[in-house]
Design a protein around this ligand. Structure first.
Ligand code: NAP
Ligand code: GLV
Length: 310
């Protein structure tokens, strides 16, 4: 069995070592532009450079080194429909998302963002507490990562809401779906957490109209994709005071350009797309298991639905 490996950072060595441990029967081939990689059974990639696409089109399945499929689906037309695209399902990312979102929610609930600003200005001034009942959290996307985040929030007693494509029942969470469901969630959520995949249906969802439905003084946490947010609309709503703060891990252009106005807005907390990092060893084990199943003709989880775009 031959497996083609592409990594944008070129650091294929540690991945090849892990595959030697978890799938020793496979010969790993690091993709290099211009080099003949020969016939491969499977490919492991994230996005793919244009010249690699014709190799990806020939394999039995393409495995992604992440949860989101938007980067590879930009090249959808180059990948025949019979080639499954398989994303990572958790593989160590869900707990990191839970840590990240919980930290941001508690920071806003306990007003630590304001105390940080006060401390920088040498001020000692206790602020009124936020009320827990009025601090509803709305999570957009209740999939692998969203549901783990909801679980992490449960012990704190905030009213919890979730929005998904299909109707769901999650204990302790008010579940919404469809357009009406989105409206209901937005009107309640004091903190809006975006955990959606980026698809034609979800791009620009966090625009002036939708963010404007949030209660006055709401907070936004975006850990999904930058293109979910209409960036100028967010800035307008922050300047008017409608949105009190935002924690953003993802951006339309990454790295976020130095001249981007987000850097100048002190109420925006910026992190460099680190909310849930790919865990190499867990990912390799998961991919190795899935490859073994496919070789035995069994079905596997986390196959991207091309119609739905995630
Ligand atoms: P997932 O398991 O596929 O869950 C996606 C959720 O979004 C599902 O609940 C789905 O609804 C819902 N959804 C999709 N389209 C929708 C629509 N049009 N309307 C309403 N709900 C919709 O994905 P995941 O593993 O949780 O990952 C989510 C995203 O997180 C990834 O796509 C990726 O972009 C992002 N991510 C970011 C980082 C980071 O470091 N910043 C790391 C990992 C992942 P159904 O349940 O009805 O299908
Ligand atoms: C990271 O952003 C991922 O989708 O895994």
């Amino acid at each position: 069995m031959r497996i083609l490996l592409y990594r944008a950072d070129g650091n294929t060595g540690p991945w090849i070592e892990d595959f030697a441990r978890w799938l020793p029967e496979a010969e790993m081939v690091a993709w290099q532009e211009g080099a003949d990689c020969g016939p491969c059974d499977y490919a492991i990639t994230w996005g793919a450079p244009e010249p690699a696409l014709k190799e990806l089109a020939k394999v039995k399945a393409i495995f992604l080194g992440g949860a989101g499929a938007d980067a590879i689906l930009k090249h959808e037309d180059a990948i025949p429909r019979h080639v499954p695209i398989v994303r990572l399902g958790d593989a160590g990312m869900a707990i990191q998302m839970a840590e990240y979102v919980l930290h941001a929610v508690l920071r806003y609930f306990r007003r630590f963002d304001e105390y940080e600003a006060q401390a920088r200005a040498g001020q000692w001034s206790p602020l009124p507490q936020h009320s827990r009942e009025d601090f509803a959290i709305g999570v957009l996307g209740a999939g692998v990562l969203g549901s783990r985040v909801l679980d992490a929030l449960k012990p704190f007693g905030f009213p919890l809401h979730a929005w998904s494509r299909s109707a769901k029942q999650i204990e302790g969470v008010r579940c919404h779906h469809g357009e009406e469901g989105l409206d209901a969630l937005l009107r309640k959520a004091r903190v809006l957490v975006c955990m959606l995949p980026l698809t034609p249906d979800t791009a620009n969802l966090l625009n002036r109209t939708n963010l404007g439905k949030l209660p006055q003084g709401a907070y936004l946490i975006n850990v999904a994709r930058g293109a979910h947010v209409a960036e100028p609309d967010l800035l307008t709503l922050m300047k008017s005071g409608h949105i009190a703060g935002a924690t953003l891990d993802v951006f339309r252009n990454e790295p976020l350009p130095v001249q981007h106005p987000f850097w100048q807005e002190p109420r925006i907390t910026i992190t460099p797309h680190i909310s849930a990092l790919t865990q190499r060893s867990e990912s390799v084990q998961q991919i190795a298991d899935k490859i073994r199943k496919l070789e035995k003709g069994e079905t596997i989880a986390d196959v991207v639905n091309r119609e739905q775009g995630y």
